[in-house]
Design a protein around this ligand. Structure first.
Ligand code: KPL
Length: 323
């Protein structure tokens, strides 16, 4: 595992406060979760959790006390409705034992600012990229990384689940007690004993597909249809593979085929970074290509293609853009 360190993403790296007198957390089969980031993927996770009998409360400041979400699954004409209680994160509130972080990576520090974790809390990071929680959690928290290749889009206030593919959770240890009930209700969810592999596979795909589709304002499929964009994708992937192979000599280092297949399989999709850029929001470039650059810098590796991408995306997106 590469050393985890605090990235300079413009936010102060302060740990989440921990409740001094909290009762030590005992793992349970159906815990109550608090969710930061009820976007498409966060809402879908809440849906699976509720179906598994787990409780879910959304953490959002100054919002209505109940969130009514509408979800439609491909192939199932019916629209499902879900009610989620909403709470303002508060330093005076009871400590949280189970937290899911599913907000966009640039907003992580702000989303966690008033969250108080119980001792030995479990935190599931369901975000793109890497390292967004580095320096933000108490040392005794259990950080579980989650990766999903599910695809959800949205229109007219409905979360449209286009594809339920594979998802993984893991932290190098054994699955917690609640995982079994959740996996029964979350199609394609696996406990990964080596979560780094699926994480890195998704990272390389996001590093190539997201910034290119955002900068050229094209759907994912154009990256395989246009020779110039395909070549650009190849150059990004080659740099990423070379770095990951330095970090782990066991890394296969031949990601281009899989990345091209994903671009083809999601040909009509608007990537999340393209969508962010279109609405003038901050992008996840720092947690994706920026993470690659940081790792490269630690190894003294030049990564000019990824460096140029990060600079172009930053130039196209104001640092203070809304979420
Ligand atoms: O994860 C994605 C994203 O847009 O963030 C891909 C896989 C590229 C699908 O659009």
């Amino acid at each position: 595992m590469p050393a985890r360190r605090c990235r300079d993403n413009g936010h102060p790296a302060y740990p989440i406060r921990q409740h001094a007198n909290a009762v030590p957390h005992i793992d349970m089969d159906t815990p109550h979760w608090f969710l930061t980031g009820a976007g498409h993927i966060g809402t879908l996770a809440a849906w699976y959790l509720q179906r598994a009998g787990h409780g879910v409360t959304v953490l959002k400041p100054n919002a209505a006390p109940v969130r009514e979400a509408r979800i439609a699954f491909a192939g199932d004409g019916r629209e499902q409705r879900m009610r989620l209680p909403v709470q303002t994160p508060s330093a005076d509130g009871p400590p949280i034992s189970h937290l899911i972080v599913a907000c966009k990576t640039p907003y992580t520090a702000a989303a966690l600012a008033n969250v108080v974790l119980a001792p030995r809390a479990t935190v599931v990071r369901l975000q793109n990229g890497m390292g967004s929680l580095d320096g933000h959690l108490p040392a005794d928290a259990r950080l579980i990384e989650a990766v999903t290749t599910n695809a959800v889009t949205g229109d007219a206030g409905v979360h449209r689940v286009v594809a339920e593919n594979q998802s993984w959770m893991g932290d190098g240890g054994a699955a917690p007690a609640w995982f079994e009930s959740l996996a029964r209700c979350w199609p394609g969810l696996h406990w990964a004993h080596d979560i780094r592999r699926p994480q890195w596979r998704k990272l390389v795909a996001n590093a190539a597909i997201n910034p290119l589709t955002a900068l050229y304002d094209v759907p994912n499929g154009r990256l395989v249809d246009e020779p110039e964009l395909y070549a650009a994708m190849g150059a990004i992937v080659a740099e990423a593979d070379a770095l990951l192979k330095r970090l782990d000599p066991g890394w296969p280092g031949d990601s281009l085929g899989a990345v091209a297949a994903l671009a083809r399989a999601s040909a009509d999709n608007c990537s999340s970074m393209r969508a962010d850029m279109q609405r003038g929001a901050r992008t996840e470039i720092d947690a994706i290509n920026g993470w690659l650059l940081e790792q490269g810098a630690q190894l003294g590796m030049d990564m000019p293609v990824n460096q140029a991408l990060v600079e172009r995306v930053h130039a196209a997106t104001p640092a203070t853009a809304p979420g």
